[in-house]
Design a protein around this ligand. Sequence first.
Ligand code: IPE
Length: 252
Amino acid sequence: MSPRVILKLGGSVVTSKGLSGAIDTRTIDAIAGEVARRPDVPLLLVHGAGSCGHPEAARYGITGGINANNRRGVGETHRAVRRLNDAVVTGLREHDVDAIGISPLGAYFIEDGDIVAATTEQLGVMIDLGIVPVLHGDVVMDRTRGASILSGDRLVRTLAPALGIQRVGLATDVAGVLSRDGEVIPNLTPGDLPSTTIKGSTFTDVTGGMAGKLSELVVLAREGVPSEIFHVSRIGDFLDGSPHGGTHIHGG
Ligand code: IPE
């Protein structure tokens, strides 16, 4: 069997990030087509929140902790990102991909921002059956803060080692990690990062944009799992193992 693959769809590729709640169904349909054309790739998908979740998380101040005054934000944020998850799963199923939406809220527990419990073994069973689990960045209960945001990138970073996955790709709305003058940086190692200036995101992003993404992928690289960041239009190339013009992050 081919090796298992994790593909993360950035929130900015599946939503219109400036427009609150706007789901980009055309892009979802195009991505679903690419996945459907490669039925032999054992795949797990993760997507971010984009304009379905980040605005709610920011409005209710979720990253500052939850109390009786803002607890409504847990449900509002979760519902927003679930709505997006449903659209992604629907798009995939319309292309005959056996996708199932799975929310971290019911399977993960956090303490002061760090994952302390996660039930993930079932995901491996699904992948081996040819089912595509579709997880998403979510709001998750936190023992000390009440609730925390669990980003899709953190999910990717922890799921890859848990499921023995060595191929990790992140599809974004840019061609890769960009230097300050807008050029794709083709290779990054954890040692390069302190001396590298990258271009940041300007949208509401409670999980830190490209810098937040890189901090997770660097941990993954140190654990021996390489990852790749590329433009959403190159998903087919990534799934085929072909050059995609993006950034490879590896242990060095
Ligand atoms: C954030 O997930 C989840 C919520 C705000 C509920 P991500 O951090 O993975 O989302 P994107 O990819 O940056 O939009």
